[in-house]
Design a binder for this molecule. Sequence first.
Ligand code: SF4
Length: 340
Amino acid sequence: MNPETTAVAARTGTPAPRRLSREDLLAALRARGPEQRALHAAALDMKKQVFGDDVVLRGVIEIGNVCRVNCTYCPMRRDNNRANSSFFMSVSDILERAGHIKDAGIDVILLQAGETPKAAAIALDALPQIVALFHGSVEVILNLGSLGNERYRRLRDAGAMTYILKHETSSDLLHAETRFEKLSQRMQEWYVARDAGFRMGTGIISGLPGQDYESLADELVFLRSMDPDMISVSPFVPAPDTPMADVPPGNVDDALNFLALTRLEHPRALIPSVSAMEKNSSGGQGAGIAAGGNVMTINFTGDHQGEYLIYGKQRFVVKTEHVSRVLALNGARRAGSVWI
Ligand code: SF4
């Protein structure tokens, strides 16, 4: 935790998580108008008690766009690998971009890719050099999918500090229908990665077909059992060339209410306001910061940005100027890693 954040936490003490009854969770998820404003204000107050005005900035480098998984909502799904223009970054490319992140004064680097052994191997090679570039003062976060115990341990030993492995939905049925894998397998991987020594992130998609407010309340209860270090919520973004291209986008108000509830339930968690908020509703990312979010991620992928098709070619790519605007509008202050 950085010194200023530590000082804020020490001044105020750590507020106790607010665990709402199921009835109250459902009412909060449905909130609009004055009730919604009160919910977001309570979440922002909780965030300020722990983190003050700080919003942690990360730089993401998308190091490869090939994936062995076949998620129905993602244009980088296995069925599209041949049709997509595929790439894997070289270690020197990654280091060049890491240098840009360092120059921007950011000390949190997220390496992200589709799930393949090759992307994991590239990250493993790059890690010691990234750590050396920052003279050890860097938090490297990995989001490379399910890799198994041995790879997690090697990546941790090479200097990665945090791992993001989103379960996306805790519904067994929806998980199997959208990811073609068992939820139990994904969760087992999550705990294996945590046992390897990582601080752990997870995330869900809101607005998937078949989800309702009861399902979102289920998600919040499920998260209590995980106690993650980082939690994200992304409103569903329909993407071209996927089986879900014609599904309506996820409602951003629902996602914002979910974000606010995660803040109340997990006061110390890192909670990003993600680009999908902005994609589905202009101003959505700022609304996420106003509802208790405390992380924003700037894209440093460079030339390959257009090939990383997580939401298709029309995704909202977060740049430094956008983040500066959002922070200024919300009276927030950029901050570094809370772990180094
Ligand atoms: S969402 Fe992730 S795991 Fe699923 S297909 Fe896309 S890149 Fe692969």
